[in-house]
Design a binder for this molecule. Structure first.
Ligand SMILES: [Zn+2]
Length: 534
């Protein structure tokens, strides 16, 4: 574990007392494996639950007691993640001891899922259903969509795990080690990008694609999974599609940006329906997002999602957004530096809060140009443009692209790659961009605090940024780009070789060194200094 100033300040006696105290709080159980700790017979450790390097606090509220053995063999530095992975290991061992391939089925069983059939009916293009067996009497409805070419019918619904099954026919595969990455990712918490796919058969909801994502979420105590549910699918065809879908097909069919566009339309439809139900003109937007959500009772969650996704879509696909030209919307490609997924994870999800549903009228302060959604959209587009202008335009060359750049440099074949291109390419790597965008967020927050301005930290871009702040963001990006590491070719096979984690780069930004101590930056990144002109 990382060095704890707090723990090393304790006397031996105080340390013993703390061990006792945590032992009591945890009902005498080890935080990681969940088994009994015998303080007389077993050696223990006190460790941070959330690692200090991830921003965990160095105090008792962030500490847990573990067997020393469990701590030494833990599968992740974050104890919550380590605990979940320990549970998964148990589930896998048990399945294997019964000569079965461990899969979603076993995880569902462990968490008391896969118990009930779905009661449902189809009326007027909607599916109606309830989950009464778990005491939920609400009758829910979800619109049924029809796939234009195959005519397959499907709906998007959130399913309690008691009603979920693993589809062993279409997807007999087991789970693999990618789970640990997903658990970490969702624990951050980053949202799920692609929905799991399921089909209805004999009133059972069976997941046939996205079982790893489902497993990771269930391990993190999610009790309800959103799925795209096929109603009466041609199973042969699904099997064929799912088999072909290994890479390219799936990317295109379920590209998240397409779902966003779809939700744009759905939001527009709900707005129109609301106006009609309230005898309002079609240009009357004097009602709030909250009123809209409340109006569509059975599908509150959906309408919220449509609002947020529509906002995200209006930012991403706006013709004024210069970053758009650098985003690859069709899954994999070697010529553009940003995948849509990276753009979504690093920037959109950070700044467009999925929980925000506004209580002010949709047309609030529109005339003054201070409408919160409009400000959020315009300013995020401005941020995208600033990023494009400072880091990409005239620098990144799509003809050179992204394919095997670090490899070529490491092998001595990189002479034809200009520094400009290399810098742009590296800055746009997901794990790197994720962290510098975080610094931009800090910069904005600190600007508002230091100037004594009230601000809504949950919805930063919904208040107007003064020009001075924009200048700081620009300067920060200019100075970021100037750091020598981005064009350092000797790091191609080390720091930049292969995909690393968000935390790896957070550590470099915070300390100047990699987690194992290799020096990368002369100084840690200081966003205050870097936002001031030199
Ligand atoms: Zn243990």
């Amino acid at each position: 574990m990382a060095h704890s100033i707090y723990l090393s300040s304790l006397s031996k006696e105080q340390y013993g007392d703390l061990t006792k105290k945590l032992w009591e709080i945890q009902n005498h159980k080890c935080f990681i494996c969940g088994e009994e700790i015998d303080l007389d017979l077993q050696t223990t450790n006190i460790d941070h639950i959330k690692p200090l390097v991830n921003g965990g606090k160095d105090d008792v509220s962030n500490m847990a007691l573990t067997h020393e053995h469990c701590n030494k063999s833990k599968q992740d530095a974050d104890l919550v993640v380590a605990k979940k992975l320990a549970i998964l290991s148990k589930i896998i061992e048990k399945a294997e001891s019964e000569k079965e391939t461990p899969s979603l089925k076993h995880v569902l069983k462990y968490y008391d899922g896969s118990k009930y059939d779905l009661k449902y009916k189809v009326e007027d293009g909607y599916i109606k259903y309830s989950f009464e067996e778990i005491g939920d009497l609400e009758i829910r409805t979800a619109p049924i969509f029809v796939d234009a070419l195959s005519n397959e019918q499907f709906a998007f619904i959130s399913v309690p795990i008691e009603y979920l099954y693993h589809d062993e026919m279409i997807n007999p595969r087991g789970i693999n080690s990618s789970i640990s990455l997903l658990v970490k990712e969702f624990h951050k918490p980053n949202p799920q990008l692609h929905l799991s796919l399921a089909r209805l058969e004999d009133n059972k909801i069976k997941i046939f694609d996205g079982q790893h994502k489902a497993v990771a979420q269930i391990l993190l105590d999610v009790r309800s999974i959103v799925v795209r549910l096929f109603l009466n699918p041609d199973v042969e065809r699904l099997i064929e599609t799912n088999t072909n879908a290994g890479s390219k097909l799936k990317q295109i069919a379920f590209d998240k940006s397409i779902v966003r566009q779809l939700h744009d339309t759905l939001y527009a439809e709900r707005l129109a329906k609301y106006q009609k139900d309230h005898f309002l003109d079609e240009d009357n937007f004097s009602f709030s997002e909250e009123a809209l959500v409340n109006h569509f009772k059975g599908e509150r969650g959906n309408v919220k999602l449509y609002i947020i996704n529509s906002q995200k879509n209006s930012i991403t696909r706006n013709p004024d957004n210069k970053l758009q030209a650098y985003i690859n919307f069709e899954g994999r490609g070697n010529d553009l530096p940003l995948s849509y997924s990276t753009f979504e994870k690093t920037l959109l999800s950070r700044f467009v809060n999925p929980k925000t549903i506004l209580k002010t009228p949709i047309n609030y302060k529109l005339d003054e140009g201070l409408n919160p959604r409009l400000l959020e959209k315009e300013q995020l587009i401005k941020l995208c443009n600033t990023i494009a202008e400072k880091l990409l335009i005239g620098k990144y060359n799509p003809d050179i692209g992204t394919y095997r750049i670090e490899n070529n440099i490491a092998n001595g074949n990189g002479d034809s790659i200009p520094d400009e291109h290399l810098i742009a390419y590296r800055l746009m790597k997901e794990e790197i961009m994720y962290n510098w965008v975080k610094y931009i967020e800090k910069l904005i927050v600190s600007y508002f605090s230091l100037t004594g301005t009230m601000y809504d930290s949950e919805n930063l871009f919904q208040q107007q940024f003064p020009d001075k702040l924009w200048e700081k963001i620009e300067t920060f990006l200019e100075n970021l780009r100037e750091l020598p590491l981005w064009k350092d070719r000797s790091m191609a096979s080390t720091v930049f070789g292969g995909k690393s984690t968000y935390d790896f780069w957070l550590c470099i930004f915070q300390t100047g060194k990699t987690p194992d101590g290799q020096a990368v930056l002369v100084n840690p990144i200081n966003y205050v200094e870097m936002s001031e002109k030199k």
